[in-house]
Design a protein around this ligand. Structure first.
Ligand code: PLP
Length: 364
């Protein structure tokens, strides 16, 4: 039985990041790879300050502003160093000094890591930590000191598969790591002090990170490395050094594709459909299970386990033989994980669900 009816040399790619990119984007990049729009050189071979690249840069930023409806009181920075770099950059830019308090919510691997890094640069206050229930549920009670400069949280935990259905309620500026769910549903940017995301989960290849920051929150802290200094980056079109030009160009193509498909509203509709298909399949029987509590299950990253874990290896190799890759779970949890980012077509999830049902019939 063939599950992937496309019979393409490109599998359905469930990798958690770097993620699969739309075929149309890859074909466009291939078509203009050697000579970029009359430049007689690749986009990765031209000056980042020249007119052709500046146009690609402005287009990418403009598309992000349009798709997310980002107001003028926010700066959009495209920087290197990953979401990991932002874990240090945030306290270094939003706090005047290390004696200032910042609050962190810990709901899984990535928010824990951001808190550990942030603690080097602030007076750390943990507002809640769901380690006691193995990061399968979101906190009910938050303890946020009045003098906290901000509350940091991860909107979607890529490894543990828990996602906030709505932002946590707080009186202090909200800082969201949206690395793995940005552009997958409508959000109101004005609800946030800062939103950041590595591009490689939902917006493009690896190499750049987006930071959308309310300008009025940015402080000046003397020891902040120049490369992490939001104000300097703001004043220099994110180009205080040579930026990752090829990833910026690729992100622009992905955002253009997204707009052509119907923007965030359509990405959100597809995310609901894909998640409903996969969770529906998992919940049909006890053969598969997903540990996240209903109501905070991620629409982007679905960890799942086969009750008889000895079957996991066969499940994964069978999937690969049938044109579905990237389903191995993260080492922290084991098992399987399907990442359903924006570039994953609904047909890819139908293909996975069909394979899962047949696998269950053969082994259940
Ligand atoms: C992948 C990921 C990170 C780390 O991103 P890098 O760009 O690799 O530094 C941080 N937070 C979340 C939610 C992630 O999914």
């Amino acid at each position: 039985m063939v599950y992937n009816k496309r019979m393409s040399s490109r599998a359905y790619n469930f990798n958690p990041g770097p993620c699969g990119l739309p075929d149309a984007v890859m074909e466009r990049a291939q078509a203009e790879f050697l000579s970029y729009r009359g430049e007689q050189a690749s986009v990765m071979e031209i000056s980042h300050r020249g007119a052709a690249f500046m146009e690609a840069y402005r287009r990418a930023v403009g598309l992000l502003r349009e798709l997310m409806d980002i107001g003028d009181d926010y700066a959009v920075l495209l920087v290197a160093g990953g979401a990991t770099g932002q874990a240090a950059a945030i306290p270094l830019n939003l706090l005047a000094d290390e004696n200032q308090c910042a609050a962190y919510l810990i709901t899984g691997h990535w928010s824990k890591r951001a808190a550990d890094e942030g603690a080097k640069y602030c007076r750390m206050h943990v507002a809640a930590d769901t380690a006691d229930n193995n990061y399968t549920a979101l906190p009910v009670q938050l303890q946020i000191p009045e003098d906290a400069a901000y509350l940091h949280y991860a909107d979607n935990e890529t490894i543990h598969g828990v996602e906030f259905p709505a932002p946590p309620a707080t009186a202090v500026p909200l800082i969201a790591d949206m690395s793995s769910n940005i552009l997958s549903r409508h959000i109101n940017v004005d609800d946030y002090g800062l939103i950041y995301a590595g591009a490689q989960k939902n917006m493009g290849p690896t190499g750049i990170t987006v930071a959308i920051v309310r300008k009025s929150l940015v402080q000046t802290r003397r020891q902040t490395p120049m490369i992490w200094d939001y104000r300097q980056q703001m004043d220099n079109d994110s180009m205080i050094n040579t930026p990752p030009t090829f990833p910026i160009y690729m992100m622009g193509l992905v955002l253009e594709w997204m707009r052509g498909e119907g923007g965030v509203a359509e990405m959100s509709r597809r995310a609901d459909e894909k998640a409903a298909l996969l969770y529906g399949c998992i919940d049909r029987s006890d053969f598969y299970n997903n540990p996240a509590v209903n109501g905070c299950r991620s629409r982007m990253n679905v960890p799942f386990f086969i009750a008889d874990d000895k079957l996991t290896g066969d499940f994964l190799s069978g999937a690969q033989q049938n044109g579905m890759i990237g389903l191995k779970g993260h080492a922290v949890l084991g098992g399987c994980r399907a990442s359903l980012y924006n570039a994953m077509p609904v047909a890819g999830v139908r293909c996975l669900v069909e394979y899962m049902r047949d696998f269950e019939k053969r082994h259940g």
